[in-house]
Design a protein around this ligand. Structure first.
Ligand code: 3PG
Ligand code: CO
Length: 557
């Protein structure tokens, strides 16, 4: 409608074909052997950096620049794509939960009052990622929530943990489990029946995304809800230590098999039953949506739930604004509205978005402010290329880069769209495996996909914008304060599977780019949120006045 009409840009024309490429997990760092982007052959991305200093720069992709609580928080895809798509910086889930816990407002909210109705007679279950990564969840928030729930009347509490090793070092789950056990013991001293009930590694149990593999959710369901799992232990620390050592090949934190904690009689201590309350304590949406559907939807056919207990379920946040999923939540999510995608379709910009399954929602759902679906169906086309499933991506590090490149190329050459937006997942997804050699291969594949897209842009006289959502593959080792690789007690380097605090590149170019366009010099602190206005300008439109400023200016020459 009219509320979305944008003014024409005074100098830049409309109707250009623009390829907007997001390299997932592609940061800028000192070149050394742990910088896989440096080690890999990446001629296309290298030429951008060397070629045009006015059209290549770095932008911030972590911490406060993307709405995270502190500048010690690494970037991630959710906040990165939210910022890229929305053009403004929102206080994100991590920070909103911190505030709600600190003020105590979380306990006055609708969500908490809803689950509280179960406390007198039933169990409160907490399910989520046990980590201090701050990407999906944070253990210190869970600790506060446990304490608060007990103070507000919870008498029986069961925690269902998912081990991380992806946003934090592999092996750190043991320490987190000890911390959690300590807190639960303190609650038990106060007469509260509090225990860990089940667990499993996040990539194998419960935290799939974008409907890649419902088997992952089912494994979690069986352990958490039904109390059934192939492995049974007396406590969580023993469970994690044993599974890490006994699996052949060795399972790391990300891929621990599901287990349940059992009592002296061998009975699971915490299945979910009628009348119980359940909270999924992750604040980040993508990897909770599938579990939330299983917990909330009466009609459900993705796997056999066997039992569908009548529970009171709340998410830490509402995970999907369009689906209103879940309907109860402890903290309101950031209200990300008036995103660039919504503006553009109301200003005649036909949009094509594509990635493979594991990142498909990044360029659609996250991009559009955590909303599923189209804004204007006749103006948009979203294409998902099925990801390989059931493998770790270091086995096939090229992933679907080529296929994404081809789809983008075809969309560009069809001349049906003004914006062709893709996410190329390789450097992130393979970077998270910690396999350095495979990550190098993945970066090369990503660069080749970029080349394909550039060639098509060349043919149609278009423009390209290439950037990234956060760092990952450019630094694969944990470092000390001096920046040197930090050794563990055996003298080995510690592989960094997580994202980084590094800035990311942004480059613009292509035959359609007006000759006077260059990056402004007066925005040295620019971040991902500045990209939306930049892209709007390149589409020949002025950005809304509340957007973070555009990175470009047009000089006469
Ligand atoms: C994941 O969910 O895979 C990681 O925790 C974060 O990676 P992403 O932010 O790149 O998706
Ligand atoms: Co990642």
């Amino acid at each position: 409608g009219d509320a979305f009409k944008l003014k024409a840009h005074p100098k830049l024309p409309k109707d250009k074909i623009i390829a907007l490429v997001v390299l997932d997990g592609w940061g800028e760092a000192t070149p050394d052997q742990y910088n896989c982007i440096h080690v890999a052959e990446t001629p296309t991305m290298d030429s951008l950096k060397q070629g045009a200093p006015d059209r290549w720069r770095l932008v911030k992709a972590h911490g406060k620049a993307v709405g995270l609580p502190t500048d010690d928080d690494m970037g991630n895809s959710e906040v990165g794509h939210n910022a890229l798509g929305a053009g403004r910086i929102y206080a994100q889930g991590a920070q909103l939960v911190d505030q709600a816990l600190e003020s105590g407002k979380i306990y006055d909210g609708e969500g908490f009052n809803y689950i509280k109705q179960s406390f007198a007679t039933n169990t409160l279950h907490l399910i989520g990622l046990m980590s201090d990564g701050g990407v999906h969840s944070r253990l210190d928030q869970v600790q506060l929530l446990l304490k608060g729930a007990a103070e507000h009347g919870a008498k029986k509490i069961r925690v269902h943990v998912l081990t991380d090793g992806r946003d934090v070092l592999d092996g750190s789950s043991v320490g987190f489990a000890e911390t959690l056990e300590n807190d639960l013991a303190k609650l038990r001293e106060k007469g509260i029946d509090a225990q860990v009930a089940s667990g499993g590694g996040r990539m194998y149990v419960s935290m799939d995304r974008y409907e890649n593999d419902w088997g992952v959710i089912k494994r979690g369901w069986d352990a958490q809800v039904l109390g059934e799992a192939p492995h049974k232990f007396k406590n969580v620390v023993e469970a994690i230590k044993t599974l890490r050592e006994e699996q052949q090949p060795k399972a790391d934190d990300q891929f621990l098999p599901p287990f349940v904690i059992v009592d002296e009689q061998g009975k699971a201590v915490g299945p979910v039953v009628d009348g119980d309350a359940v909270v999924t304590f992750n604040f980040r949406a993508d990897r909770m949506v599938m579990l939330a559907k299983a917990l909330e939807y009466e009609d459900f056919d993705k796997f056999d739930r066997v039992r569908f207990p009548k529970i009171r379920y709340a998410g830490m946040l509402q995970y999907d604004g369009e689906l209103k999923l879940p309907s109860h939540y402890l903290v309101s999510p950031p209200e990300i509205e008036r995103t660039s995608g919504e503006f553009l379709v109301h200003n005649g910009v036909r949009t094509f978005a594509c990635s493979e399954t594991v990142k498909f929602g990044h360029v659609t759902f996250f991009w559009n402010g955590n909303r599923s679906g189209y804004f204007k169906e006749d103006m948009e086309e979203y294409v998902e290329i099925p990801s390989d499933s059931g493998i770790s991506f270091n086995v096939k590090p090229k992933m679907k880069a080529l296929e994404i490149g081809e789809k983008a190329r075809d969309a560009i050459l069809s001349r049906k769209f003004h914006q062709i937006r893709v996410n190329i997942p390789n450097s992130d997804m393979v970077g998270h495996t910690g396999d350095i050699e495979a990550t190098v291969v993945s970066c090369k594949a990503a660069d080749e996909a970029v080349k394909m897209i550039f060639d098509a842009i060349e043919q149609v006289g278009g423009i390209y914008v290439v950037t990234a959502d956060h760092g990952n593959a450019e630094d694969m080792v944990k470092r000390n304060k001096k920046g040197e690789p930090q050794l563990d007690k055996n003298g080995n380097i510690q592989i960094l599977t997580s994202h980084t605090l590094q800035p990311v590149p942004i480059a613009i170019g292509g035959p359609g780019l007006a000759p006077g366009v260059r990056f402004r010099k007066d925005l040295p602190g620019g971040g991902l949120a500045n990209v939306a206005a930049t892209v709007m300008n390149l589409h020949g439109l002025e950005a809304p006045s509340d957007y973070e400023p555009s990175l470009i200016e047009v000089v006469d020459n």
